[in-house]
Design a protein around this ligand. Structure first.
Ligand code: ZN
Length: 480
């Protein structure tokens, strides 16, 4: 019997099944047999006159039945029938454009692929941007300019000087302001005709579904694995396409995860996150300022293509970009039938604890009294000991290019990068009081472990690293 693949968004009306075997010799007959099995599906697929709704596309294998014989297209037992609902628009009539909007979007309106209808679809569409940082900046700027009718911005961060090298939606005058406020001001200035919603919060398991639900498309501009899996899972559960992008140093990736559109999800590609610390973040490893511009603009392009229904989306394809070689590569992505989220027998049916899944201890609330364990020393305490004449050996485990930005050489600090640490332990004297530090305290905690393993007992880790030293002891020491 032919098999009908049910898109995620419609599964709730089909007994939560992903695929159903049905009787029938034509496309029309198999759909009729499907809706007699699941009557709730009927109003989602057909209008009041019994006509297949215009925003529901039916594919036989990979051909749209509209390019074949429509509902009369014959079906073989071995055929796969897929129902692919359109992403935006739908039953609602498209909004009209005002005279001002027509003037503003004229370069779109004269393109046959966009035109009046496409621009009205963009106006009817809504997109949620998770993050208003490196990727969120170009995304927000171009999507606002393109006339996406409703943009949602989620971020809890404030603008910092170190953001300005790449987060071009924010300016120097915005340093210290919440990113969503700064971004909203800039985007409203670019296009006053659009609605901008702001969510000043981290996306969490207890708010993600509610925040994402009103939007047609989710765009992932996050920089951590917890939020990336959360955005993926929430998008799949709600049947929304998730436009993915990620960046590190000179390398970028982009794709569109949309099981409802026949493609895989992020979990099909990466079932599990890497252990914490294995893949450095941009804050630890750096990123070329231009790179999020390139990847973010690719994500914006994909979102617009999905809305106007033109071209070939990045569904089922992973685009890899190498800025050093200036090369794009493309990998085919397949849906994993065993995927715990979008597979045949899903085990993840609601959002989970993403910190635990990614092996992360959640950051402690800021107002909590600072607890210093006996293996750590705070910058203030270390400064007091140095001023008091204590003889201490300070070891900086960062990389040489970080040392050049700023260091504690005036206190006799010595550079041994973490990678060289195990082979250079012999240079250290276990009888001396040793303090290890890095940028924020993470890498030096690993160095601490290496020394402990080697039998050292008089070791401490500088809590918060050189950034905390700059905050608490020496504001002249540059932060990066
Ligand atoms: Zn999946």
């Amino acid at each position: 019997m032919p098999k009908i693949v049910i898109p995620t968004a419609l599964r709730q009306y089909a007994g939560n099944t992903a695929a159903v075997e049905v009787q029938g010799a034509t496309a029309g007959e198999v759909l009729a047999s499907l809706t007699s099995q699941y009557p709730d599906l009927k109003k989602h697929l057909y209008d009041a006159n019994g006509k297949l709704r215009s925003f529901v596309n039916v594919f036989i294998n990979d051909e749209d039945i509209r390019s074949l014989q429509g509902e009369n297209t014959p079906i073989k037992d071995s055929d796969d029938v897929s129902i692919i609902p359109a992403i935006a628009g739908g039953a609602e009539p498209l909004p009209d454009l005002s005279k001002d909007e027509i003037a503003r979007y004229s370069r779109h309106l004269i393109m046959p692929e966009v035109g009046m209808d496409g621009q009205r679809k963009l106006k009817a569409a809504s997109i949620l941007l998770i993050g208003t940082g490196g990727l969120g900046s170009p995304l927000g700027l171009y999507l606002a300019a393109a006339g996406i009718g409703r943009l949602g911005l989620v971020d809890f961060d404030v603008v910092d000087h170190s953001n300005l090298q790449r987060q071009i939606v924010h300016g120097t005058k915005d340093v210290g302001r919440p990113k969503i406020q700064s971004a909203k001001d800039r985007l409203s200035d670019i296009n006053p005709h659009i609605q901008i919603d702001t969510y000043e919060t981290a996306l969490r398991a207890d708010n993600a579904l509610e925040i994402i639900k009103p939007y047609d498309i989710v765009i992932d501009g996050t920089d951590n694995f917890q939020t990336r899996y959360l955005a993926n899972d929430a998008s799949v559960l709600l049947g929304k396409p998730n436009v993915y992008g990620s960046i590190f140093r000179f390398d970028g990736q982009a794709s569109v995860f949309y099981p409802g559109g026949g493609g895989p999800c992020y979990r099909c590609l990466y079932p599990e996150p890497p252990p914490p610390g294995l893949v450095p973040s941009c804050a630890e490893g750096g990123v070329l300022g231009i790179l999020p511009g390139i990847i973010g603009v690719i994500q914006a392009t994909e979102a617009i293509k999905l809305i106007i229904g033109e071209g070939e989306p990045l569904i089922g394809r992973l685009l890899l970009f190498d800025a050093l070689k200036m090369k794009f590569r493309e990998l085919k992505l397949r849906r994993n039938p065993e995927c715990p989220l979008c597979g045949e027998n899903p085990t993840i049916k609601e959002l989970i604890d993403y910190d635990a899944f990614c092996g992360i201890t959640p950051p402690e609330p800021a107002q909590k009294v600072e607890v210093v364990s006996d293996w750590e020393v705070t910058p203030a305490q270390l400064k007091a000991e140095l001023d008091g004449g204590c003889k201490l050996t300070i070891i900086d485990v960062r990389e040489p290019h970080e040392w050049q930005i700023g260091n504690l050489e005036q206190y006799g600090s010595k550079l041994i990068p973490l990678g060289e640490f195990p082979s250079r332990v012999g240079e250290l004297n276990p009888d001396e009081d040793i303090v290890v530090h890095c940028k924020m305290g993470g890498r030096s905690a690993k160095a601490y472990g290496v020394l402990k393993e080697a039998g050292f007992t008089k070791i401490r880790n500088l809590k918060g690293g050189i950034l905390a030293w700059s905050d608490q002891v020496d504001p002249n020491l540059p932060k990066y």
